[in-house]
Design a protein around this ligand. Structure first.
Ligand SMILES: NC(=O)C1=CN([C@@H]2O[C@H](COP(=O)(O)OP(=O)(O)OC[C@H]3O[C@@H](n4cnc5c(N)ncnc54)[C@H](OP(=O)(O)O)[C@@H]3O)[C@@H](O)[C@H]2O)C=CC1
Ligand SMILES: CC(C)(CO)C(=O)C(=O)O
Length: 347
């Protein structure tokens, strides 16, 4: 396939370093000049789960001026608009954009390039940008692709077949929206862990914060259900477990254990949002992952105190007005409704 990968960081780099050796015509396009120059000079190097260096055609975004048929969009969600501006006019008649991002970006992409040109994807393989030209691959996870309206299509089947054969087990799904909302649900819990300098599986094992994490996940899954989306289990974690009328302790424990197993299997404990806050001291994707959920909740007249509290805390951490630490989790816990705090009010 002829593929342009926009954003050659962790996700784009991992995909490129697999598809190139399989013979695909891949071009990576990035805004980070140092990274692009390093790839041009020395190739793209993966470390970690797969170790290899591949020679791949690399362009700085300002150099891109050619027809685009299959675009894999792998920029952080806060860069979606800027990345698509030069891309939209270059798409061929049947060209399309696959969002390989966290967050609910598909509607935004549809508005920029046309709804019929958007393919959704859900991924839980992971890694991080290590240095110019070098990406650390943490290992595989789940990879789903699907049309946003749920219909089967030749292009999503071709993508799933290509990924499975040349990169990573993948499936075309009729419920990509459910998968994306499930990732947003567990993603809200991930974002809360980024407020603390500790590994995710350790934090998910702290019993005092379990009710808070479950309430966070349930707020997202509740909004999903209200807008007609059915969440799905991802890597053994099913957000619907936490929206049930009465809590099933065994299913809840199994869901958290699945998350701990997932993180431990990847040999690294921190999220991309943690990396944004603690390493790069830059803006996170909280507005793109949690923001749309809170906006939809408001439209639906639903109360989402934890998600609102999480947005405020992360904004504060980004701006340096909130000190990261377990006090942030305590604050979220104080907003959680419980038999002793039925209104979910701050202590
Ligand atoms: N990393 C992971 O493990 C996972 C990530 N995701 C999601 O995948 C998406 C990509 O994340 P990730 O790969 O980690 O991000 P990275 O920051 O590693 O890579 C993104 C790359 O895109 C570049 N970029 C920024 N703006 C533009 C632009 N306008 N045009 C072209 N390139 C641009 C960035 O440059 P610069 O750094 O200069 O901004 C960077 O090199 C995110 O939505 C993330 O949440 C999902 C699951 C797992
Ligand atoms: C957990 C992971 C790596 C993949 O699901 C992720 O999405 C993130 O760190 O933001």
């Amino acid at each position: 396939m002829k593929i342009h990968i926009i954003g050659a960081g962790a996700i784009g780099g991992i995909v490129a370093a697999h598809l190139v050796p399989a013979g695909h015509d891949v071009t990576v396009v990035d805004a980070n000049e140092e990274h692009v120059e390093a790839i041009k000079a020395n190739g793209l190097t993966l470390t970690g789960h797969v170790e290899r260096t591949v020679a791949v055609r690399a362009l700085h975004i300002s150099e891109l001026d050619e027809p685009l048929s299959t675009v894999l969009l792998a920029v952080k969600a806060r860069h979606t608009g800027a990345a698509l501006e030069p891309i939209a006019p270059l798409l061929t008649g049947d060209g399309y954009v696959v969002s390989m991002q966290n967050g609910l970006e598909e509607a935004k992409i549809g508005a920029l390039v046309g709804e019929e040109r958007v393919v959704g994807s859900l991924l839980t393989f992971g890694g991080y940008y290590a240095s110019p030209g070098v990406i650390h691959y943490m290992g595989p996870g789940t990879l789903l692709v699907g049309e946003m309206d749920g219909r089967p299509s030749a292009r999503t089947q071709e993508l799933a077949d290509t990924f499975t054969r040349d990169f990573h087990q993948a499936e075309a799904t009729g419920n990509i929206a459910g998968a994306l909302w499930s990732k947003a649900a567990v993603g809200a819990a991930y974002i809360a862990t980024a407020l603390v300098d500790e590994d995710v599986p350790v934090i998910f094992g702290w019993p005092e914060y379990r009710p808070m994490f479950e309430a966070l996940v349930a707020e997202v899954a509740g909004v999903a259900a209200a807008v007609g989306v059915r969440c799905v289990a991802l890597d053994g974690f099913d957000p619907a477990v936490f929206t049930a009328v009465s809590r099933d302790a065994a299913r809840a424990d199994a869901a958290w254990k699945a998350q701990q197993d997932y993180w431990r299997a990847h040999g690294l404990g921190r999220t991309g949002v943690w990396r944004d806050l603690a390493v790069h001291h830059r803006q996170t994707e909280v507005d793109q992952i949690v923001g749309p959920v809170v906006a939809l909740a408001r439209e639906q007249g639903r109360d989402v105190p934890l998600l609102t509290g999480l947005l405020d805390l992360v904004h504060g951490a980004e701006q340096g007005t909130v000190e990261r630490g377990t006090a942030c989790l305590d604050h979220l816990a104080s907003l959680t409704k419980s038999p002793t705090n039925p209104k979910g009010t701050t202590a």
